[in-house]
Design a protein around this ligand. Structure first.
Ligand SMILES: Cc1ncc(C[n+]2csc(CCOP(=O)(O)OP(=O)(O)O)c2C)c(N)n1
Ligand SMILES: [Mg+2]
Length: 579
């Protein structure tokens, strides 16, 4: 007997209606019988289904969509391997604190634990990498579980991050009592965010306005606080560092931006203000070995960004934008104690370094193999891309070159999990979330391979992104580590495969480029294809010999105490001095 047709009041219909009401316009997924009722109801509600080729990519896409769209990113994956495939994406969203909701199905309740097809306890698997993970076994519980999961994902009263719900398929097919479909569960009624306590705001003003060398560092939690942050920097004449999570929040031409002087400014500041930023490996865990006796002041709306590694002199728990605004309102009109010459000096060194880098990139020498330096690709892209292009960087050495060499107001990369392979998926979702902007994915050949099949998704869904593969026939950053640390290279070479031929097979506009002189015209043709709604791929042969800053800094060989060799040495000296 065929299953009864699903109604517009069944569990799956409630899931779809909930998402629709919460403003979700796209769901990324890969179909399967255990989630088919949701799939069909999403379509019935007019929510676009972006069907992908691997569940991992669906979650990466939901992640990028959440970050660039500002709401919930949703992935729908089937039971069993659908969920296990999704797990790397969930882990990545967990570390990045991205507001992702992953939905799945289960065998019918009457077959639970009997050895049913695709039966495995998903919630046990994802528990450690989600804010909330529940199986919803009764249709009447669906509205409240969805509401709670959404609140947790968005970080209402806590830290944002991925959430997971699954539903036995009979629960999805069963009707949901009208009485429990309370409007308050469907509407977005997030608790109103508030600024930190006024007494703490005054203490923060005192600390900032008396600092000689104030440094401000922003992160994920500062998104949405750009205007207040820029104003604070201007009034305080502070130095400013961004760390990838919040790129574009403060304009590059702001006199506080000293990105190219990161190491120096971290060692010289006397007051360090973190805004929604963890003191993770990118910031030397806030260690006094690197920051000296700087005092820390922290502003965040979640515990992880308020007191990880360094509790600091002062921690302001509150909405970052409102708290910064409160600081500005409470600040004296008198000039702060900032040593203006210090900031100006850093700024001019930053500008000199940035100019030197840009000039050097255009002339970077080829390798002994005759292949071009990766910076030649980036220099050509810099020339051709619009100023507001979204940049997605991925890979090992090439990620490192791109992070430094490709300025962007919106930037995504594998993040703190080091989750290489996100590139194409992030690019697709970025373009869907912001369809008016040019999206370029700058990826190593190794990183590209993980989810290369998603170029098919880009074609089928007519998502015009430009994928630039830096083809050096290797996991190059690992090759160098083996050479330098172990004196032997094993299992780290790839082939100089023809990724352009592969891309053409899936319907992209694609070319392989060997000479730097051919880059401008090839990029122009690729952008032309984009303008016609067609994704494009450039497979650029580059030398594996070029050593990136990440290769040189020690990041690849993973020192014991700190992520970079210089910080590791400093940490050793500092610990020894105290012993
Ligand atoms: C999923 C995953 N596997 C392995 C690694 C380790 N890893 C970091 S960078 C890298 C090499 C990347 O190679 P490619 O994308 O070709 O960039 P290249 O260094 O050659 O420029 C590897 C294997 C990782 N970070 N993530
Ligand atoms: Mg490579």
């Amino acid at each position: 007997m065929a299953p009864p047709p699903i109604t517009d009041n069944c569990g799956a219909a409630i899931v779809a209606r909930f998402l629709k009401q919460r403003g979700v316009r796209r769901v990324y997924g890969l179909c399967g019988g255990h989630v088919m009722p949701i799939w069909m109801r999403l379509d019935a509600e007019g929510i676009r289904i972006v069907d992908v080729r691997d569940e991992r990519a669906a979650v990466y896409m939901a992640h990028a969509d959440a970050q660039l769209g500002g709401g919930l990113g949703v992935a729908l994956v089937t039971a069993g391997p659908g969920v296990t495939n999704a797990m790397t994406g969930i882990a990545n969203a967990h570390v990045a604190r991205a507001a992702v909701m992953v939905l799945s199905g289960l065998p019918p309740t009457a077959q639970e634990n009997r050895g049913a097809l695709q039966d495995i306890v998903h919630t046990d698997l994802v528990r450690g990498i989600t804010r909330y993970a529940r199986t919803v076994r009764h249709p009447a519980l669906i509205p409240q579980e969805l509401a709670e999961a959404a609140a947790r994902a968005l970080g209402e009263g806590g830290e944002s991050g991925p959430v997971y719900l699954d539903f036995p398929v009979d629960t999805l097919r069963a009707d949901v009592p009208r009485a429990v479909q309370l409007p308050e569960l469907f509407e977005d009624r997030a608790a109103t965010p508030a600024a930190a306590h006024p007494a703490q705001v005054r203490a923060a003003v005192e600390m900032l306005w008396s600092a000689r060398r104030p440094l401000v560092i922003s992160g994920r939690g500062a998104q949405g606080a750009g205007a207040a942050l820029s104003e604070l920097l201007s009034r305080l004449h502070a130095a400013y560092l961004d760390t990838g999570e919040s790129r574009g929040l403060v304009a590059d031409d702001h006199p506080s931006v000293v990105a190219a002087m990161r190491g120096t400014v971290m060692g010289q500041a006397d007051v360090v203000l973190t805004v929604g930023r963890r003191l993770d490996f990118q910031l030397a865990y806030g260690s006094p070995a690197v920051f000296g006796d700087a005092r820390f002041l922290r502003i965040a709306d979640c515990a992880a960004e308020l007191r990880d590694n360094r509790r600091g002199t002062l921690g302001l728990f509150g909405d970052p934008a409102l708290t910064l605004r409160a600081i500005l309102d409470a600040a004296p009109t008198a000039q702060p104690a900032t040593d203006r010459a210090w900031v100006q000096g850093l700024r001019s060194q930053h500008l000199a370094r940035s100019d030197k880098l840009a000039a050097g990139m255009r002339q970077a020498a080829a390798g002994s193999d005759g292949l071009m330096h990766p910076n030649r690709v980036l220099a050509a892209l810099r020339e051709a891309l619009p100023a507001d292009a979204i940049v997605v960087a991925d890979g090992g050495d090439f990620l490192s070159f791109a992070r430094v060499g490709l300025p962007a107001t919106t930037y995504l990369d594998p993040g703190s999990l080091g989750c290489i392979g996100v590139g194409t998926a992030f690019g697709i979702a970025a373009r869907l979330a912001q369809p008016e902007r040019t999206v370029v994915v700058a990826t190593g050949d190794g990183a590209f391979g993980f989810n290369a099949m998603e170029i098919d998704t880009a074609v089928r869904h007519r998502v015009p992104i430009l994928v630039v593969v830096a083809n050096n026939g290797a996991w190059a950053i690992e090759v160098r580590d083996q050479q330098e640390t172990h004196g032997k290279v094993v299992g780290t070479h790839l082939q100089f495969a023809d990724h352009a031929a592969m891309a053409r097979a899936f319907g992209l506009h694609a070319e392989q480029v060997r000479e730097p002189e051919a880059l401008p015209a090839a990029i122009a043709r690729a952008l032309q294809a984009l303008a016609q709604g067609r994704p494009a791929l450039l497979d650029v042969l580059v030398t594996p010999e070029a050593a990136s800053s990440d290769a040189k800094s020690g990041l690849a060989w993973v020192p014991d105490l700190q992520p970079l060799a210089a910080w590791d040495d400093a940490e050793r000296r500092w610990r020894a001095a105290a012993a």
